[in-house]
Design a protein. Structure first.
Length: 617
């Protein structure tokens, strides 16, 4: 059930509007009654305002409260703390521990402990840390792993959401009761506050709590004479990072001046989203610089995005990757609470980031987590945002007074700097030259001669709704033909790979199957709300850009989410078309009502009608 609750919260986090009970049940893959039970369980565990808002329109996440308290982790005595206690006891013992011993020490029945240990085993496997869970009949269970991995495991088991701002010390003391006294926890918080102030570093509250928990676990483990061993710096660049100086300061205050502990804490701090000045830091290892810059050069040649030729962009990305190399090599989880949102909203940037890290993984023997790919996608999105947009020629067809017409023209060009109104007409014309990308009009009746050009009807004062409609057109400029010429199929497959193969076979692109499959192996391409956007990485472009729509008869697992709508995309040579199309898919897939309308379509024309309706024309 807890896995389904987490899935429910992830789905609600993606929604901008209310989602019905039926829709939520479909996305999770459970009954509507189960959804009601999950919502009741979450809301009963949160104090004050409900975490999930219920109305006649369905459910919506109270995002103001989200991240403070959720599901059972809000309960100090829930599974969150018990799993931590079991893991802590096993880590402290080091050897096999019998279930009866664990049950006696934690005051639980043997059967309860057995079920929790099974749950702990699943959690450990999901975390992908260098920790294994071993059990022997009549002997007991134990944890096997290096000290740094054991600490990361313990930290991952701490439910950070229970530590509210107003009761931080009390809740920390209660959670770590009998492991560390309250005065030491207060001292840890004081030392961290001083270190952050000295480094002029600011952090979000959740990251701040995570740092405290990490330091507390470090103290508990070293008090038990468990130290990190045989950890070496991969390069001397690490000594120049402000995170190294912060780690040095913290350990000095704690009287724990140990080189391996220092490097480990530095790597850990580097894995966090700290707002700290790294402007003077650069990668000094010439071999690493060559490898990273060579990957950026490949990326620029492939995508046409100036991540190498533009020195500012190149340096920003190299610095970012330099900061994360050592934590990634040490298999330290990259803390990115917004990974899912970034992957969905910056789909094209995320795909480019995946391309870069796939190349680096092959050359540097890395295994890069999705959380870091999502972070790199932010830097890529900044590059995409600065790319010069194609200027659009627009015809303004109005029957307004001259002053009103001038106001509309000025408003349009003020809001959209890449739109140029090159002609204003006050009456219907027999023919419209094809040099125009768009017609904006206040006229109710259109001439049949205008069918080849996109037309957006606007109000006489060009209001906010008009701006949104034009914005959608601008963002999807150059890609309308992709939807008009898309292939459209209904299929009935049981897996994402089988669905991909079927669609490519039906559309005549089966020779690209291996490239699509390789892209899925890097990071699955589900984008939420029952939708997936699979695409290949091509070194050559033997085809024009192409969209293949597949509607599967039932839900199939695509990564961590259920999917029915598959939008397979073969990219264009032009960066702008790819960027706009990925953005267009995000706009549609983020609206669950639109997705479900599409899933009900039986013919391609119905699909096109619904898609274009969402664009606003």
């Amino acid at each position: 059930m807890n896995k389904n609750i987490n899935k429910m919260l992830d789905i609600l986090l993606q929604q901008k509007n209310f989602i019905t009970n039926k829709q939520l049940a479909t996305l999770i893959g459970v009954t509507e009654r189960s959804v009601r039970n999950y919502v009741a369980k979450v809301n009963s565990s949160s104090k004050g305002d409900c975490l999930i808002i219920s109305s006649e329109n369905g459910y919506k996440l109270n995002k103001v409260r989200y991240g403070i308290e959720t599901d059972e982790t809000s309960n100090m005595n829930g599974d969150g703390r018990l799993l931590f206690q079991i893991a802590f006891l096993l880590a402290k013992q080091g050897d096999y521990v019998q279930l009866d011993t664990i049950a006696d020490q934690l005051n639980y029945s043997r059967e309860s402990i057995r079920s929790k240990i099974q749950k702990l085993f699943v959690r450990i496997k999901h975390m992908k840390l260098d920790v294994t869970f071993d059990s022997k009949v009549f002997t007991g269970v134990r944890l096997i792993g290096k000290e740094e991995a054991i600490r990361l495991l313990l930290e991952q088991l701490v439910p950070l959401k229970i530590f509210s701002k107003d009761r931080l010390v009390e809740r920390l003391s209660l959670f770590f009761e009998e492991m560390l006294d309250k005065s030491t926890i207060k001292n840890v918080i004081k030392l961290l506050d001083e270190a952050l102030a000295n480094s002029t570093c600011t952090v979000e509250y959740k990251t701040y709590v995570k740092m405290i928990v990490h330091l507390v676990i470090m103290i508990i483990r070293t008090n038990n004479n468990e130290y990190i061993e045989h950890l070496v710096a991969y390069d001397r660049d690490i000594l120049e990072f402000p995170e190294y100086k912060m780690a040095e300061e913290l350990l000095k205050y704690m009287k724990l001046e140990n080189n391996n502990e220092l490097l480990s804490l530095t790597y850990y701090l580097l894995s966090l989203p700290l707002d700290i000045d790294n402007s003077e830091v650069f990668m000094n290892d010439k071999n690493n610089v060559f490898i990273v810059e060579n990957s950026l050069l490949k990326t620029e040649k492939y995508f046409g995005i100036p991540v190498f030729s533009n020195k500012k962009f190149r340096n920003q990305i190299v610095k970012h990757i330099a900061r994360l190399l050592n934590p990634i090599r040490e298999n330290i989880p990259i803390f990115n609470p917004y990974a899912s949102e970034l992957k969905h909203e910056y789909i094209f940037a995320y795909s480019i980031a995946s391309f870069i890290y796939d190349d680096l993984e092959k050359q540097m023997d890395l295994s890069v987590p999705e959380e870091e790919i999502a972070y790199l996608s932010i830097h890529i999105q900044l590059v995409l945002n600065e790319e010069k947009k194609r200027e659009l020629n627009v015809l303004l067809l109005v029957q307004n007074k001259q002053i009103e017409t001038l106001l509309i023209k000025n408003k349009v060009e003020m809001f959209f700097q890449n739109i140029k109104i090159t002609r204003i007409d006050h009456k219907l014309r027999q023919e419209i030259p094809d040099c125009y990308n768009l017609i904006l009009t206040t006229v109710d009746e259109y001439s049949d001669n205008y069918k080849g050009i996109k037309i957006i009807h606007i109000s006489r004062n060009f209001n906010s709704k008009d701006i949104q409609n034009v914005q959608r057109f601008v963002e999807t400029s150059g890609i309308s033909d992709l939807i008009e010429n898309a292939d459209y199929f209904h299929i009935n497959e049981k897996s994402n790979i089988a669905a991909l193969k079927r669609l490519l076979d039906l559309s005549g692109y089966s020779d690209l199957f291996d490239e699509f499959k390789e892209r899925e192996s890097m990071s699955t391409t589900e984008v939420g709300n029952l939708t997936a956007l699979p695409h290949p990485f091509l070194t050559k472009f033997p085809y024009h850009s192409k969209v293949i729509i597949g509607i599967n008869q039932s839900n199939i697992m695509w990564g961590e989410q259920n999917v029915r709508l598959i939008i397979a995309y073969i990219p264009a040579k032009q960066l702008g078309i790819n960027n706009n199309f990925f953005r267009d898919v995000y706009i549609h897939s983020s609206n669950l009502n639109i997705v479900q309308e599409i899933l009900k379509t039986q013919k391609k024309n119905d699909f096109i009608r619904i898609w274009n309706k969402e664009r606003g024309y």
